[in-house]
Design a protein around this ligand. Sequence first.
Ligand SMILES: C[S@@+](CC[C@H](N)C(=O)[O-])C[C@H]1O[C@@H](n2cnc3c(N)ncnc32)[C@H](O)[C@@H]1O
Length: 247
Amino acid sequence: MANPGYDSLVARFYDAFLEGRSDDAAWFVDYFKDKEGPLLELAAGTGRILVPLLRGGVDAEGLDNSAEMLAVAAAKLRAAGLSCALHEMDMTDCRLDRKYAQVLVACGSFMLLDDEGARRCLIGARDLLREGGQLVLDLFIPWDDIRRGRTEGFLVARDVGMGEERCLVHESFEHVVADQVKRGVYKYERYVGGALAETRVSNLDLRWYHEAEILALLRDCGWRDARVRTDWPGYARNESFMVTAAR
Ligand SMILES: C[S@@+](CC[C@H](N)C(=O)[O-])C[C@H]1O[C@@H](n2cnc3c(N)ncnc32)[C@H](O)[C@@H]1O
């Protein structure tokens, strides 16, 4: 399934882009390890969180609409001697036979959805859960970028090496404050042995939510007990927040 923001080039380097970020995965393992399963991670990507969850004994599955991201997750599962179902599906329209006790959308992935997609996802996620099941979302507000407003041309947002290869990510963005959307354009350059081997450009919009706003949206989409968890690692640093809601 096509997902131009998360194609083969991004999938190849994605874990390297997020290297150093593991406090969210560790927190989720700790949070879910004694909770009822199974868990479904929507937008599970390369399994950056899914693999530690499975290693931690959580009965978990992943769903994503990028075949390339899921292929990386499948390879990591094989290498770790783990297995679980990986569903190639859109989180705004997912139908699965199994009923879950937990649905997780991590790493701000919910913010990749436009307003209509967000509603479809929240309404659809209720059908994935058993009665009393729980939805867990983490979100962030890109405060630094909002203050900046827009970039003058492209900035280097990432520069990562993997053996002989290197990937440079150039980012340009502007904010549509009235819509709470950061509109980004990303140019990925892959170098092999110092020579440019591949270039990709993709657009990625991020819709940010304030705490009261996402809680109201959850309630409007039929969720109960929507609340913000203040013990989430990024909360005290004002980096991100986590919300839970019950079916
Ligand atoms: C920021 S990555 C997060 C991956 C993983 N959860 C993590 O924490 O590393 C966002 C993921 O959302 C997926 N994605 C974006 N839109 C989607 C959609 N409509 N349905 C399913 N997956 C989607 C992308 O393919 C990508 O794998």
